[in-house]
Design a binder for this molecule. Structure first.
Ligand code: PEP
Ligand code: MN
Length: 337
């Protein structure tokens, strides 16, 4: 249920509504917009909305039939803007993240970072715990990899994002990583999502391989309702009948999600296509479609990468793409640093 307060309502009125709903077993989430304050009442109790409408300062009570409330645009009409290391996602900003699929060595990270800096990259990606389809495939360097990544990032003035696979890794990730990534395979790992509510860092929530928009937004809702408002949604391709590309990058996710939700949405054209020469066109198309950012695999020696080399750009290809994106963004009223 969403409670829309009248314009410029007093704090006292807001507090009274919060007390009223909490006393009846609901959790309250207050969002202060430019004009209206909206109070989200989350819970499974039954309450007659007319009893809330009668309270001072209440303009309207909207019953939401979809399960997601805190992530919906009705709850918060303005875009959520998430800023990391000077890079913004949302609110007309396109944030760029680039780096290797997986952390291989200090040299690999250092050489890639050195090159990416020339294209103004301020947030680097790299997996230390890899969710591999086969148990025999390289599983990542673990905490040693994260330590290495932190040290390289600090030397180059970069922030980093890496995938967290289980709740027990939370304290470790807090030490090293600036944005936690929840992978496609874990999009419906509800205990992990709830624990991300306790994280102090923003979360990139990838869309599951066959998740609907509603399921995806409900997963975001788990994180928001557990206390972390900083979620970036990432479209990374869904599984369809088409086999030519690794996945089918669903660009319609961008306008659909931007209408339904205030959360930033980025795309991952690397996993979305699985083919290096398709990454630049789909990145350009993502920006043209209004995305709030991109997550792109780049490796200084892509052909010899341990993981996903075929879908990784070389740094000079990334640089050419960056120059294109800087031209496309203003056409759709967006800013790229
Ligand atoms: C990744 O970005 O490293 C990754 C494994 O992606 P996804 O979860 O989308 O497959
Ligand atoms: Mn990868």
């Amino acid at each position: 249920m969403l409670i829309i307060m009248r314009e410029n309502v007093s704090q006292d009125c807001i507090d009274k509504v919060v007390q009223f709903i909490e006393a009846r077993g609901f959790q309250s989430h207050v969002s202060k917009g430019e004009l209206h304050t909206v109070i989200g009442a989350v819970g499974s109790k039954i309450i007659d909305p007319r009893n809330i409408e009668l309270l001072d300062g209440v303009q309207e009570v909207i019953k939401i039939s979809s399960g997601y409330k805190l992530s919906s645009r009705i709850f918060k009409p303005e875009d959520t803007i998430i800023e990391v290391n000077g890079v913004k996602f949302g609110g007309g900003n396109v944030g760029l993240i680039a780096g290797p699929c997986t952390i291989e060595s200090y040299e690999q990270l250092d050489k890639t970072a050195e090159q990416l800096k020339k294209s103004n990259v301020k947030i680097m990606r790299g997996g230390a715990f890899k969710p591999r389809t086969s148990p025999y495939a390289f599983q990542g360097l673990g905490e040693e990899g994260l330590k290495m990544f932190r040290s390289v990032a600090d030397n180059h003035g970069m922030a980093i994002t890496s995938e967290i696979m289980e709740s027990s890794q939370l304290d470790m990730f807090e030490k090293y990583v600036d944005i936690f990534q929840i992978g496609a395979r874990n999009m419906q790992n509800y205990n992990l999502l709830k624990d991300m509510g306790k994280a102090t860092k923003p979360i990139i929530l990838k869309r599951g391989l066959s998740a609907t928009f509603e399921e995806w937004l409900l997963s975001a809702e788990y994180i928001l309702s557990s206390g972390n408002p900083n979620v970036i949604l990432c479209e990374r391709g869904i599984r369809t009948f088409e086999k030519y590309t690794r996945n089918t990058l669903d660009l319609s996710a961008i306008p659909v999600v931007k209408k339904l939700s205030h959360l930033p949405i980025i795309t991952d054209p690397s996993h979305g296509t699985g083919l290096r020469d398709k990454v630049a066109p789909m990145s350009r198309a993502s920006v043209a479609a209004g995305c709030d950012g991109l997550l792109i695999e780049v490796h200084y020696d892509a052909d010899n990468a341990i993981c996903d080399g075929a879908q990784s750009l070389y740094p000079d290809e990334y640089n050419a793409l960056y120059n294109d994106l800087k031209q496309i963004a203003p056409v759709v009223h967006k800013t790229i640093l």
